[in-house]
Design a protein around this ligand. Structure first.
Ligand SMILES: *[C@@H]1O[C@H](CO)[C@@H](O)[C@H](O)[C@H]1NC(C)=O
Ligand SMILES: *[C@@H]1O[C@H](CO)[C@@H](O)[C@H](O)[C@H]1NC(C)=O
Ligand SMILES: *[C@@H]1O[C@H](CO)[C@@H](O)[C@H](O)[C@H]1NC(C)=O
Ligand SMILES: *[C@@H]1O[C@H](CO)[C@@H](O)[C@H](O)[C@H]1NC(C)=O
Ligand SMILES: *[C@@H]1O[C@H](CO)[C@@H](O)[C@H](O)[C@H]1NC(C)=O
Length: 499
């Protein structure tokens, strides 16, 4: 009788509130990356990465002159992190392996057993607590020695990456079922080799970023083909980051075209070669870069093309699309009246925000939940409904335990994702919050706090404390339903427990 009542009551809730229930097999998780949390930058045989070199040599390029030398000290405190993952009840934990911690020089002939043991222990402890490990192989920390050879602008680096990947598969593929080759190829190549803002700090936009992109896409496909032929006991994908590009004025044809061009030349640069029916770079990207190269007196295009065979091998080289998404821009055309060669000029758009959108601590991140639904539908239509895991989504603030703005952000974006799944049948299989804890946010140092758990960076003990968002996310995972507290107008009640 009571059961019957409960069944009717939950039916009543669902019809009055809309169906906010996730499928049983949907996976919720959290994401981190090695350099941003581990510390132990030179511990027990680890080699230097380009981020060690960059942060040590260019303190002026990091907003608070900090480094990731200690970061969240996860190298020594993974037990604390594990306890927090268990408390949250996440289905998976997405973390990255530091290449130079495992192979200090980058080359396969020198293995660091301590580094292998560190990750092996993490994987075993996750599994014994029924948390699936999702492993990113490259989250920006290239072994410094490989940068001496040109890093990702050198096509030969790909074979060293394949050696490294093969090593990881040989050690862990019987335990790890979710693999991601690269985290955010756009940021690796554009911000690292084009704008020079990130490590390795190469400022050669419109040239080095495209060389890097070709190596990264080819390396990704080689690792995928290796995995399928030699291991093939899980899923392997790539995590691509993109905002949603909305036309500034939907009634202006040029704005609609510019927004589509931004989608194709920023996101499609990476997604089109892998997920589209015909593969290769988007046509608009090839056309524009060729025209602008010739106009600038290059003898041919600055975009290095793939051979027919390479196009074939890259196409289809992923079991899923990892999607990192944070925000939206309003887009209109902009020719950038300059002779400078740059990727920004190649794309030829102006990106703005609507001043009405709620802000965050980061200049670049405004709160626009509906952008995620539009992005997911665009991906479904453009790439024939691929399997998607949202591998990063999150909100930066100044810190503090009462993080209601983060709760509202997450609730809004998660609802938008569920709407795309329910109303447009977008094939989203999982979602991860960026990030488990406050970390070292690259050139923003410790000034942006993305964590569900707080860390006081003035305290050497690096004690983790749960924020209100821990309660929110834990409840959501527990019931697999967006909690009623998150509906429009309802008060959000903070409760902080569990230390
Ligand atoms: C960072 O370092 C630069 C010089 O390298 C110095 O001018 C600046 O004051 C420092 N800033 C902080 C916040 O320490
Ligand atoms: C990159 O080069 C351009 C043009 O020389 C310059 O304006 C810009 O400040 C440089 N950026 C960095 C990060 O060095
Ligand atoms: C590139 O130039 C060709 C020849 O002038 C022109 O037909 C084409 O429309 C241009 N493409 C783009 C994307 O500007
Ligand atoms: C390209 O070369 C031509 C001929 O030498 C010259 O007139 C033109 O100004 C050059 N264009 C640029 C963008 O430098
Ligand atoms: C581009 O270069 C050409 C030739 O050098 C020059 O005439 C023109 O004024 C330059 N344009 C800009 C925007 O600098």
């Amino acid at each position: 009788m009571i059961l019957l009542f409960l069944a009717f009551f939950s039916l009543f809730l669902q019809t009055t509130l809309g169906n906010n229930v996730f499928p049983d097999d949907f996976l919720f998780g959290v994401s981190t990356s090695a350099y941003q949390i581990e510390g132990g930058w030179n511990a027990n045989g680890k080699g230097e990465s380009i981020w060690d070199v960059f942060s040590h040599n260019n303190p002026d390029k990091i907003i608070d002159n900090s480094t990731g030398d200690v970061a969240a000290d996860s190298y020594h405190q993974f037990r604390e992190d594990l306890a927090n993952l268990i408390y949250l009840g996440v289905h998976f934990y997405r973390f990255s392996i530091s290449w130079p911690r495992v192979l200090p020089t980058g080359f396969i002939n020198h293995v660091n057993p301590d580094g292998v043991k560190y990750y092996s222990d993490i994987i075993d402890q996750l599994l014994s607590n029924k948390i699936e490990p999702m492993v990113t192989m490259y989250n920006w920390d290239l072994p410094a020695m490989l940068q001496e050879l040109g890093g990702w602008t050198n096509p030969n680096i790909g074979s060293y990456f394949v050696d490294y990947a093969d090593f990881l598969f040989s050690k862990f593929s019987h335990k790890v079922k979710y693999w991601i080759t690269f985290n955010e190829p756009g940021e690796i190549c554009e911000t690292g080799y084009g704008l020079g803002l990130n490590a390795p700090g190469i400022n050669m936009s419109g040239i080095a970023d495209y060389l890097c992109g070709k190596t990264v896409l080819l390396s990704h496909s080689k690792v995928y083909r290796l995995y399928k032929s030699k291991y093939n006991n899980g899923k392997l994908g790539i995590s691509i980051s993109t905002p949603w590009y909305e036309p500034k004025n939907k009634n202006v044809k040029a704005d609609v075209k510019a927004a589509e061009r931004a989608m194709q030349m920023e996101f499609g640069w990476w997604a089109h070669p892998i997920f589209s029916r015909h593969g290769d770079y988007p046509d608009i990207m090839k056309d524009r870069i060729k025209n602008l190269s010739l106009a600038n007196n290059f003898t041919g295009t600055r975009l290095p093309y793939f051979s027919k065979d390479e196009i074939k091998r890259i196409r289809g080289s992923a079991d899923f699309l990892g999607l990192n998404h944070y925000t939206t821009y309003l887009v209109s055309p902009n020719d950038y009246n300059t002779n400078l060669t740059s990727h920004v000029k190649d794309v030829g758009v102006k990106k703005e925000i609507d001043p009405k959108w709620p802000a965050s601590k980061a200049r670049w991140l405004k709160v626009v939940p509906w952008g995620l639904e539009k992005l997911l539908i665009w991906i479904k239509n453009e790439y024939n409904n691929p399997c998607i895991y949202i591998t990063e989504n999150g909100y930066p603030d100044d810190g503090g335990l009462l993080d209601m703005d983060r709760v509202r952000y997450l609730a809004g974006y998660i609802k938008s994702m569920l709407k795309a799944m329910q109303e447009s049948q977008v094939n989203v299989k999982g979602y991860a919050v960026w990030s488990l804890m406050d970390n070292w946010e690259w050139i923003d140092g410790f000034t942006l706090k993305f964590g569900l758990y707080q860390i006081d960076y003035d305290d050497c003990a690096r004690i983790r404390k749960p924020k209100s968002s821990v309660n929110f996310y834990r409840d959501l995972i527990h019931v697999m339903e967006i909690p009623a507290i998150c509906f429009e107008g309802a008060p959000v009640i903070p409760k902080i427990e569990h230390i």
